[in-house]
Design a protein around this ligand. Structure first.
Ligand code: 6PG
Length: 237
C-alpha cells in the first residue's frame, strides 16, 4: 500500500488539484478497461471538487458513479449525499451513469443488499477504480464510525450501520469493499480534522475507522488547517 499526502493552502486549491487527479485516474481507467467506476463521498468537503470536476473534458458516458455511503433520507433531502452530488456534479455530466443508494427505504438492510447486488453486477470483481472518502473529527470515514458494528464486517460489501453518534442508521461501504479499490482519495479540510489526521499519518492507534483503509493506493488531499498538527509523514506537495 502506498500513501501520499498532498497539502494545499486552501480548500479551493485542494479541490482543483484533486479534480485533476480524479480526471487523470478516470481517463486512465477508461483507456485501460473501457470504463471507470468511481464511488463518491458525502458531507460538504467534496462539493468544490465535484464542481471543479465538471469542467474537465472526459468521456462521461464511460463513467459509473456510486456512493460510498448515504444517510437514511430521500434523495431530495438536504442531508442526502446523492442530492449534494446531483447538484454539484451529476446535473452537469448527465452522460455519466449513477447508481444511488436508496436511503429512503424503510428496510435499510434490504437497501444495502440491493446495492451490493448492483455493485456485484456492474463493477467487475467489485474493484472500484476510485473510492472518494472524507474524514470526520472522530476518525470516521464513509459511515464507518468508531464503535459501530460495520467496522467488524469482513464479508459483506455494503451494510446498514446503526450510528448512535448520529442517532440514525446509515448505508455504508465496508472495509472489504473499500480496501479492494485500486485507489482511495481522502479529502480533508478544516482544523477540526487536524488531530485525527495527525494521528492517522503518524500511524498512532485510536483513530480506527480511517486508519483501516489500506487500499493499494491511498492519497490524502488536505488543506493547511487540517494539516496543522505536525505529523512524521512528510507531504509530497
Ligand atoms: C457523510 C460522509 C462522511 C463525511 C465526513 C466528513 O455521509 O457525512 O460520508 O464520512 O465524509 O463526515 O464530512 P465533511 O466533509 O462535511 O466534513
Amino acid at each position: 500500500m502506498s500513501i501520499e499526502v498532498h497539502r494545499f493552502t486552501s480548500l479551493a486549491e485542494l479541490s482543483r488539484a484533486a479534480a485533476d487527479e480524479v480526471a487523470a485516474l478516470i481517463t486512465q481507467a477508461i483507456a485501460k478497461r473501457g470504463r471507470a467506476f468511481v464511488a463518491l463521498s458525502g458531507g460538504s468537503t467534496p462539493k468544490t471538487m465535484f464542481a471543479e470536476l465538471t469542467a474537465r473534458k472526459l468521456d462521461w458516458s464511460k463513467v459509473s458513479f456510486f456512493w460510498s455511503d448515504e444517510r437514511a433520507v430521500p434523495p431530495d433531502h438536504e442531508d442526502s449525499n446523492f442530492r449534494m452530488a446531483k447538484e454539484t456534479l451529476l446535473e452537469k455530466v448527465s452522460q455519466a451513469k449513477a447508481e444511488r443508494m436508496h436511503g429512503e427505504d424503510p428496510d435499510l438492510g434490504r437497501a444495502a443488499a440491493e446495492y451490493e447486488a448492483i455493485i456485484a453486477r456492474e463493477v467487475p470483481g467489485h474493484v472500484f477504480d476510485l473510492i472518494l472518502l472524507g474524514l470526520g473529527p472522530d476518525g470516521h470515514t464513509a459511515s464507518l464510525f468508531p464503535g459501530t458494528t460495520a467496522l467488524e464486517e469482513d464479508k459483506r460489501l455494503v451494510v446498514a450501520n446503526e450510528v448512535p453518534q448520529k442517532k440514525s442508521t446509515r448505508l455504508t461501504f465496508t472495509f472489504p469493499l473499500i480496501n479492494a479499490a485500486r485507489a482511495v482519495f481522502f479529502l480533508a479540510a478544516g482544523e477540526d480534522k487536524a488531530p485525527a489526521l495527525a494521528q492517522i499519518l503518524r500511524g498512532e492507534p485510536g483513530v480506527e475507522p480511517a486508519q483501516r483503509v489500506q487500499a493499494a493506493r491511498v492519497e490524502w488531499f488536505v488543506d493547511q488547517a487540517a494539516a496543522a498538527v505536525p505529523s512524521s509523514r512528510a507531504g509530497s506537495r
